[in-house]
Write a protein that binds this ligand. Structure first.
Ligand code: IVH
Length: 674
């Protein structure tokens, strides 16, 4: 073991190296070492800290995720109040803004403005003490917010220690910024939550806010949070440590390692501000995050000081907002949908209305907390907002004196589909129907899942047909699909001889499947495509999986106690075993993953995937490659042989080029897989 003083020195060096390389990776998108080299540095730090626990500092890069959930949120005072912004909705509003400032400054020279996209996220205040992050709070009422340091520290792009080279850092520096989630990451997160039948978020901002309000930082660390900083609050000793303008200050913060938006710019006069707004409005859909406008700030700090603030907002800044894509309609009814594993979601049926070019006739109300918050009722006039691809949401109830409102919406006590009692699991806000065996809605959802493209892929068996099959009691569960006859199918609306034969054929075709697809098709709670693949690679045989104990399941990659319990429960259940037996005896052929192949095209090759592919999901692609003998890894290193490049690839491409790794695109992949 090294001596303590040697360890101290090396730990300091490793902090710097880890920070520098995280910054290159997460902020600059320009890593200069491989993931493996990075892991080596990180592991060296971990192991030194293990040997010398008293040398672990709070802001060591190993300490991003604390191990204990917080007990609650403490209140924290901001040193300097967090102001809000006045809004401008038209070009004229901006011209007025400039005129007011000129009058106040008695200025004839053209004014300089700093222009910044207005990030639609959650405002935060961070305190750095001589370069070390020591406090973090939400905006709260502008004077005091909630202590969220344990969660803020999990954001990988945020430095816990600033690097100013040998320049002096302020003793105290409040940094103001916006925490957000990128649109793509948000959609991915919601899909995952939906699959797990957890509460989904209405939009990326709510997702960011919800993630920051977690008591357990281990959950926050799994959320794809990012941050842009856009200003400062209090600074000690004083502003003389900073440049003279907002734009230069942002550049300096970026040099110190803080994430700053690359779209920021400085311009001359309000006309150029209007041009900047037009450009951002035009590019808005291409930005990876949601913005709700542009902020214009008088660039020179001295001028900002001369212009001053009103009570809640500075006079020297303004937010030009985008017109929101909103519509107004009435709630005709509120219904409750039952999910595949029984979760109940309230849905508002609306009088159809066009919002941003799309006709909207229903909007998810997510859960009962949301219904209570809005107090929506049948008959209410509501504001509907649609942003990007996000599910339309009701943002406001417009109360008019004369509207006849229905009664307050009460959570159902019985399942709207099967009539059985509902339960609420501890710590969950979701109501559930647990009568999965008899509940028609869950049966239908289960069958839909079983036949879906990434599961058994039974073509031509759409939602409408499944509903009819269940309603006519031609099928009760997935195993009945394999005994359907042509005569039975001909009873369905619009079915004739040919269409019935086609469907029977496509059901037959689905009988040739792989173990991982089959496991995924069963719709076991917490078992998505990637867990199904891991299970199939581990057991290689359905019977072994059926008999596996929870302890064995826990040995498998990415399977935790919750998933292990659901898997075991599923295979212990008599009903599931009967269904499985019937499917197997219908002649289904479930191909196991190949043995460690030696003579296959890709045997011995390590492959990394980046981007998205039109023909496959990530898991399907991974499975195909494993079937060809490859090892699929998540990070690039000198040991990688091939990088598969899909649509919108990440920084891995550059990395692969730097390391001389061969690149392969989708058509070549298709050829290989055949
Ligand atoms: S400056 C004193 N700049 O918008 C100036 N705010 O409606 C205060 N926001 O609470 C804010 N992007 O959370 C500023 N580039 C940006 C911003 C921004 C988003 C948020 C911020 C603020 C709210 C005001």
């Amino acid at each position: 073991m090294v001596s303590k003083s040697e360890a101290r020195l090396r730990i300091k060096e490793l902090h710097k190296l880890v920070y520098k390389n995280s910054h290159r990776y997460y902020v600059l998108n320009d890593p200069s070492i491989t993931d493996e080299e990075f892991d080596d540095l990180f592991n060296e730090l971990l192991s030194l800290e293990e040997d010398f626990p008293d040398l672990i500092s709070e802001n060591s890069p190993t300490q991003r995720v604390g191990s204990q959930p917080a007990e609650g949120f403490k209140k924290l005072q901001h040193l300097e109040p967090m102001l809000s912004l006045e809004n401008a909705f038209t070009d004229e509003d901006l011209e007025d803004f400039e005129r007011r400032i000129r009058d106040r400054l008695e200025e004839n020279e053209v004014l300089e403005f700093c222009c910044e996209p207005k990030i639609d996220g959650v405002a935060v205040n961070l305190l750095y003490q001589t370069g070390s992050l020591t406090k973090a709070a939400t905006r709260g009422d502008g004077k005091e917010g909630e202590d969220i340091l344990h969660n803020i520290k999990t954001i990988p792009s945020l430095p816990l220690v600033l690097d100013s080279g040998d320049k002096v850092l302020p003793e105290l520096l409040e940094i103001r910024g916006e925490v957000y989630i990128e649109t793509k990451d948000f959609e991915y997160l919601n899909k995952k939550l939906e699959r797990d039948e957890d509460k989904v978020f209405a939009n990326p901002r709510n997702a960011a806010a919800g993630s920051l309000r977690q008591l357990d930082p281990r959950i926050t660390s799994l959320r794809p949070l990012k941050l842009f900083v856009h200003g400062i609050g209090s600074i000690t000793p004083d502003k003389s440590l900073l440049p003279n303008t907002q734009f230069e200050m942002l550049n300096l913060l970026s040099e110190w390692g803080l994430p700053v938006n690359s779209q920021n710019d400085s311009v001359l006069g309000i006309k150029e501000c209007i041009d900047y707004f037009k450009k951002i409005e035009h590019d808005r859909d291409q930005l990876p995050y949601e913005i709700d406008g542009v902020v214009f700030k008088v660039n020179t700090f001295k001028q900002q000081l001369d212009i001053g603030n009103i009570a809640r907002a500075p006079r020297w800044a303004i937010a030009r907002k985008f017109p929101a894509e909103i519509g107004i309609s009435f709630i005709e009814s509120i219904s409750f949908q039952v999910g595949r594993v029984g979760s109940i979601t309230p849905v508002a049926e609306l009088k159809p209305v066009k919002v941003g070019g799309v006709v909207i006739s229903n909007a998810s109300l997510h859960n009962f907390d949301e219904i209570q918050r809005l107090d929506v009722r049948v008959g209410d006039e509501v504001v509907i907002k649609r942003a990007g691809d996000v599910i339309p949401q009701i943002t406001e109830v417009k109360l008019k004196k004369k509207t006849k409102r229905g009664p307050r919406v009460k959570p159902p006590t019985a399942c709207p589909s099967c009539g059985n009692a509902l339960t609420r699991e501890e710590g969950e806000s979701v109501l559930r129907c647990t009568s999965s065996d008899v509940c028609p809605a869950q049966r239908i959802e289960n069958i839909k899942h079983f036949v879906s493209r990434n599961a058994m892929n039974i073509e031509g068996l759409g939602d409408r047909i499944i509903t009819q099959l269940v309603d006519l009691e031609l099928i009760k569960d997935i195993s009945d699909l394999y005994t359907l006859s042509k005569e039975q199918l001909k009873q369905l609306d619009g079915f004739a001889d040919k269409s019935a034969s086609n469907l029977i054929e496509s059901i037959e075709r689905s009988k040739n499947t792989t173990l991982s697809r089959f496991i995924y098709s069963l719709g076991i709670r917490e078992v998505g495509e990637s867990t199904a693949l891991n299970l199939s690679l581990f057991f290689k045989d359905l019977n072994k999986l059926i008999l596996a104990e929870e302890e064995t399941l826990l040995e498998i990659k990415d399977i935790g106690p919750v998933a292990a319990r659901f898997i075991k429960e599923f295979f212990k259940n008599k009903k599931s075993l009967q269904i499985l037996e019937r499917i197997v005896s219908s002649g289904i052929k479930i191909a196991p993953p190949p043995d460690e192949a030696t003579n296959q095209q890709l045997s011995g090759k390590t492959i990394v995937i980046t981007g998205t592919f039109s023909e496959y999901t990530r898991t399907q692609l991974k499975e195909e490659l494993v079937n060809l003998g490859a090892r699929v890894s998540s990070s690039i290193s000198a040991k990688t042989n091939i990088l598969l490049v899909g649509e919108s690839p990440g920084s891995k491409v550059q990395k692969a080029r730097d390391l001389g790794i061969s690149l392969m695109e989708e058509d070549e992949v298709n050829e290989l897989i055949g």
